[in-house]
Design a protein around this ligand. Structure first.
Ligand code: IPE
Ligand code: IPE
Ligand code: MG
Length: 237
């Protein structure tokens, strides 16, 4: 079996999962957080090197205030809770997305977590919070333009064309290889502004299972699907 080096997951379907049980959407997010913890540990045990999960998009602020508040509280708790696993599994944790748009105490927690796990290299775990693929590219381009204006990129721009690798290095995922497999739970078959640049050659796997129901068996199905794909990158093999 070929294990994907980098798995990306759009954790979707929490709200509908809860509604089907006659519960508020927030209940789905609570159970979904437990699922995330379980799956992250399981994926680490399998030996997958990179895991990136989409937990809150730049568009998700449009949800009801109460739901956004619950989600922020869950992130607060979760980012405390995972520190233990991070130490145990020597896992480096990074948040991708516009951190400046998050509540200040969360920004602080993120900075601490990133700092204490910075030296680990067994696994890399990225959590996308206040993340949007277009926003990420816009922020990267802003920094790149500033660097260019300050003369820091004269050499790189001498050939008259921006190298793709230079642009990629300005993204939040700079230094992280592109995902090999994307999993989206919850039945929708779209990307919802996730890793737009990075998923140019990723295999996409969609499942109707809601995120709180996602388990080891479901993950295995996704990996089996990935193994059945003919991984070509535009060449004529
Ligand atoms: C995913 O579940 C979690 C977040 C986007 C924060 P949803 O909240 O989108 O659940 P559905 O898709 O409405 O069921
Ligand atoms: C995508 O799910 C974002 C996250 C999982 C964080 P959404 O439920 O927000 O996306 P749409 O609204 O179905 O596109
Ligand atoms: Mg959704």
């Amino acid at each position: 079996m070929n294990l994907p080096n980098h798995i990306a997951i759009i954790l979707d379907g929490n709200g509908r999962w809860a509604k089907r049980r006659g519960m508020p959407r927030s209940y789905g997010h609570i159970v979904g957080t437990d699922t995330l913890e379980k799956m992250c540990n399981h994926i680490a045990d399998l030996g997958v090197r990179y895991l990136t999960v989409y937990a809150f998009s730049t568009e998700n602020w449009k949800r009801a205030e109460e739901e956004v508040r619950t989600l922020m509280n869950l992130f607060r708790k979760y980012l405390k809770r995972i520190e233990k696993s991070a130490h145990k599994r020597e896992m480096r944790v990074r948040i991708i997305g516009d951190k400046t748009g998050l509540p200040e105490d969360l920004q602080k927690r993120i900075a601490e977590l990133e700092k204490v796990t910075d030296g680990y290299s067994k696994m890399d775990f990225q959590i996308a919070l206040n993340y949007g693929g277009r926003d990420e590219i816009a922020r990267a381009m802003t920094r790149l333009a500033n660097d260019a204006k300050n003369g820091l990129l004269d050499e790189q721009l001498a050939e008259g064309k921006l190298q793709e690798s230079l642009l990629a290095s300005y993204l939040d995922t700079g230094g992280i290889p592109d995902p090999d497999l994307l999993i989206r739970t919850g039945g929708e078959q779209r990307i919802s502004n996730f890793l737009l640049w990075q998923m140019a050659y990723t295999e996409y796997y969609f499942t109707d299972l809601a995120w709180p129901d996602f388990d080891e068996e479901a993950l295995q199905k996704a990996i089996d699907y990935y193994n059945g794909r003919d991984r070509r990158f535009g060449d004529a093999k």
